[in-house]
Design a protein around this ligand. Structure first.
Ligand SMILES: Nc1ncnc2c1ncn2[C@@H]1O[C@H](COP(=O)(O)OP(=O)(O)OP(=O)(O)O)[C@@H](O)[C@H]1O
Ligand SMILES: [Mg+2]
Length: 189
């Protein structure tokens, strides 16, 4: 089966009940599932599709094995617990600047290696990512690129979904000066 059966909120309640906790804030629907806060100060990500769950779970386990709390100055949530039957990841809560959401990544190969025949799509995807940060100071884009490269180099995880919801800057960062932002190719979603 490709998808988890049952409503995401019901699965989250079931997951939390067995841990003497409950949902604190109503779920927000995301691309890959519902995200909600629990009464034990954690975030739950409740997936619709198994493939996305397995991918993100794998990345978080890899990061946990490496003892990672931050990359390139961005806090990374810690994987606290998971239930592969219910499709739930439980993560520590992070504050900006943070990076999260590893449901759209390539692992152990760059997007260019994964899709060698699709340079146009990769380029378009990279342009979309840059556009997503266009309201930010240009220096932020350089930091996003540095983060992307460090993630790939250190963990073999290449993020495909670069936007301000997944890479959040602290408000205090908004007045930093602006070097020329680098360009780079990247993957498709
Ligand atoms: N551990 C966490 N700590 C703090 N905020 C979080 C955490 N997990 C998720 N969030 C918040 O919930 C939002 C959605 O989470 P995430 O990006 O993992 O889900 P998604 O399904 O991919 O959603 P989207 O399609 O909006 O990207 C994040 O942008 C962030 O604001
Ligand atoms: Mg996201």
């Amino acid at each position: 089966m490709d998808s988890f059966s049952g409503d995401a909120t019901a699965r989250a309640r079931r997951y939390l009940r067995s841990r003497d906790a409950s949902i604190l804030l109503a779920p927000a629907r995301g691309l890959h599932g519902d995200v909600m806060q629990s009464t034990r100060s954690t975030f739950l990500k409740v997936f619709g599709r198994r493939e996305a769950f397995e991918l993100e779970w794998r990345v978080y386990r890899r990061l946990r094995s490496a003892g990672v709390l931050a990359v390139s100055g961005f806090a990374v949530p810690s994987l606290l617990d998971a239930d592969p039957t219910l499709g739930v990841l439980e993560l520590s809560r992070v504050q900006p600047p943070f990076v999260l959401d590893f449901a759209s990544v390539t692992i152990d190969q760059t997007p260019e290696q994964r899709w060698p025949d699709e340079p146009g799509r990769l380029q378009a995807s990279w342009a979309r990512a840059e556009e997503a940060f266009s309201a930010h100071p240009p220096a932020h884009w350089a930091r996003v690129v540095a983060l992307y490269e460090e993630f790939g180099r250190r963990f073999g995880v290449w993020m495909l979904d670069l936007h301000p919801g997944n890479i959040a800057f602290a408000d205090a960062d908004r007045s930093v000066p602006c070097p020329t932002p680098p360009r780079k190719s990247m993957g498709v979603r």
